[in-house]
Design a protein around this ligand. Structure first.
Ligand code: 13P
Ligand code: SF4
Length: 321
């Protein structure tokens, strides 16, 4: 197994190969499954059993027969896996791997917001804590949000949280007047429209693929808007050869694997920084993945009453997807 961009003769490459071998040995020994999100480092993606978007990862977690789920993603993703699997150990390589969007919706503020609109159905994006899930009627992800909202009768008013950009996008797509929580993701709000337009001038044939967590000024320049898996599938099935990718650039690893002959250009952030990389996702490393499996820690632990309340809206999502 060769790690992207690392000289195969180097010492670093040898260490990575040893880690990969150890991870696979531990995985067999503990009957574990490794689930990874597309935003993880490519070395982590390469040792995973399954790589997917939030919906696919929760579907995999719901279906697994493994004794241990090793979740290479962020905290809310591993927590969702634990909500679905109380009897299985769920490990997260770095417990600090949070999510700016989930953090933008603290339960003590969301609770009074929800109480202002007692007749509203609460649909929350999966990027939120178990406490917020427990205050929701239905959970959704970027790949099923529109489908779920379209199943709700027109007369039923809806609160949508926590992502205001996905929320505004859904208002446009469905024509429904959603009551929006004003949360956002720091990564998807970093893209610069001006730099994107300049990039499009340099690459006139390139199609712009954007995640709906991006702001309207980026989405209005997109040829396709969808979840991470949606973006990957669009690139795979498109006859076009050049793409500008307005989401976390970790996904480009799978895009290049799926279509080696095509060119993928990360959409540029506002500053001269790497702030289009998710700082939370990137806390996980191959070393931490190995250590969490070796030590069976850190493990996600959840209060059972909270788990049961958070489970209902996730089950509704899985039924409605
Ligand atoms: P997906 O549901 O498309 O995987 O998105 C998850 C996420 O955190 C995007 O920032
Ligand atoms: Fe959260 Fe944004 Fe990172 Fe996705 S990219 S995990 S929404 S901080």
């Amino acid at each position: 197994m060769q790690s992207q961009g690392i000289n195969p003769d180097s010492e670093v490459h040898g260490v990575l190969c040893n880690l990969e071998r150890e991870i696979l040995r531990l995985k067999r020994g503990m009957n574990a499954v490794i689930l990874a999100h597309y935003y993880q480092d490519s070395e982590i993606q390469d040792v995973a059993d399954f790589i997917g978007d939030s919906l696919q990862l929760s579907q995999q977690a719901a279906a697994t027969k493994a004794d241990v789920i090793v979740f290479a993603g962020v905290h809310f993703m591993a927590e969702t896996a634990k909500i679905l699997n109380p009897g299985r150990a769920v490990l997260l390589p770095d417990l600090e791997a949070g999510c700016s969007l989930a953090d933008s919706c603290p339960p003590h503020l969301f609770c009074p917001f929800r109480e202002q609109f007692p007749d509203h159905l609460v649909i929350n994006y999966i990027n939120c804590s178990a406490a917020i899930k427990a205050m929701s009627d239905i959970i959704c992800t970027s790949s099923n949000a529109e489908k779920i909202i379209r199943q709700i009768p027109d007369a039923q008013p809806i609160i949508f949280g926590p992502d205001r950009n996905l929320g505004r996008y859904l208002v446009r797509r469905t024509g429904r007047p959603l009551k929006l929580w004003q949360g956002a993701c720091i990564v998807h709000e970093t893209f610069s429209e001006q730099k994107l337009l300049r990039l499009k001038i340099r690459h006139p044939a390139a199609k712009v693929l954007a995640h709906p967590e991006c702001e309207e000024r980026v989405l209005r320049n997109a040829d396709y808007v969808g979840s991470t898996t949606g973006i990957l599938n669009y690139a795979r099935n498109s006859p076009d050869r050049e793409f500008i990718v307005a989401t976390e650039p970790g996904i480009i690893h799978q895009m290049e694997k799926a279509c080696g002959e095509k060119v993928f250009i990360p959409a540029p952030p506002e500053g001269n920084c790497a702030c289009n990389q998710c700082p939370h996702m990137r806390l996980n490393t191959l070393e931490k993945l190995y250590l969490c499996m070796k030590n069976r820690s850190p493990e996600i632990i959840l209060d059972e009453q909270l788990r049961l309340r958070a489970l209902r809206p996730i089950q509704r999502m899985l039924e409605m997807s």
